[in-house]
Design a protein around this ligand. Structure first.
Ligand SMILES: [Mg+2]
Length: 310
């Protein structure tokens, strides 16, 4: 059983109450807690030594990454992050200097985004460091972006460049909070998700929530330099395009909007975020499934995407 199958088994039995607007299955939970015109966003995420960072990774970067992953999920809802609680599980003996440096990274990223570290918990864990973060934020009800709003005919866009994140970007990425807020405020975005499992995998998540399928244009997919630089020739090596489709931890935004808004969006984006690439990579279709159009024509795309338990 993989991680997604486990979640699918647990999700239907989760306790609920009248405050839940969107439960498990989107980038954040959405809660109605009586804030005027706003919903509360609620997110939890963990990084584990040996899985999400190596023992050699700079501790400042580890702290940054742990929080930035949560911030990226708030961005994917069109929201504003507010405050976080940190649960830190450490093996014994632990290195207090490592923890201090990790917190320096955490605090710097929190300050940059106006987020309070409002408390936390420290505990022990044999062998591996684990950092779990619970984060709240808010979003205007009218601007809340879900995975479930994509419609057939929508243009499909992605920010930044994809693939090869484990070569370094995964420790340094900046969550696309400003970009997502601007998108939610200026365009009729139908659906949005942040890329953590890889373009193909996360697009499948979006399609599962929205219904329908998608057609990707191979030459439009923004392949990162890191994905191009990867050593080629080994039988197990991924092509740069496959890396861009299937590598995890890009933390870019994938979203859809009406095709008629595609050109106005591209023009306005270039003026507002000239340093961030934005690519129209295909369209949403009524026909289910994922297809890739390349030189050989249109072909079905088999399931990729990083699956943690596989
Ligand atoms: Mg996400």
């Amino acid at each position: 059983m993989n991680e997604l199958e486990l979640i699918a088994r647990l999700a239907p039995g989760l306790a609920t109450n009248a405050s839940v607007v969107v439960a498990a299955g989107d980038d954040c939970a959405v809660l109605e807690l009586g804030l005027p015109d706003r919903w509360l966003l609620f997110k939890t995420d963990a990084v584990v030594e040996g899985i999400h960072f190596t023992p050699e990774a700079p501790p400042r970067c580890v702290g940054h990454k742990a929080l930035a992953r949560c911030l990226s999920d708030v961005a994917a809802m069109g929201g504003i992050p507010n405050s976080a609680l940190i649960t830190l599980a450490l093996p014994r003996p632990f290195d207090p200097l490592w923890v201090e440096k990790m917190y320096e990274g955490l605090n710097a990223t929190a300050r940059r985004h106006g987020v309070a570290i409002a408390g936390g918990e420290t505990t022990t864990n044999p062998e591996r460091i684990l950092i779990s973060i619970a984060l709240i934020g808010t979003v205007e009800k009218a601007r809340c972006l879900l995975r479930s709003g994509a419609k057939a005919g929508d243009a499909l866009f992605v920010t930044g460049e994809l693939g090869g994140s484990l070569a370094g970007k995964h420790l340094e990425f900046e969550p696309r909070l400003a970009e997502a807020r601007w998108l939610a405020g200026h365009f009729a975005i139908h659906a949005m998700i942040d890329l953590s499992d890889g373009l193909a995998g996360d697009l499948r998540h979006l399609l599962k929530a929205s219904g329908g399928g998608a057609e990707l244009l191979a030459r439009a997919i923004p392949v990162s330099r890191a994905a191009r630089r990867r050593p080629q020739g080994e039988p197990s090596a991924k092509s740069p395009l496959l890396a861009a489709l299937s590598d995890g931890e890009d933390f870019e935004l994938l979203f859809t909007l009406p095709a008629s808004e595609a050109v106005p969006l591209a023009d306005a984006w270039r003026k507002r975020f000239p340093e961030v690439r934005l690519s129209c990579i295909g369209k949403i279709t009524a026909q289910p499934g994922l297809r890739l159009r390349d030189k050989k024509g249109l072909q079905p795309l088999p399931e990729h995407g990083y699956v943690h338990f596989a």
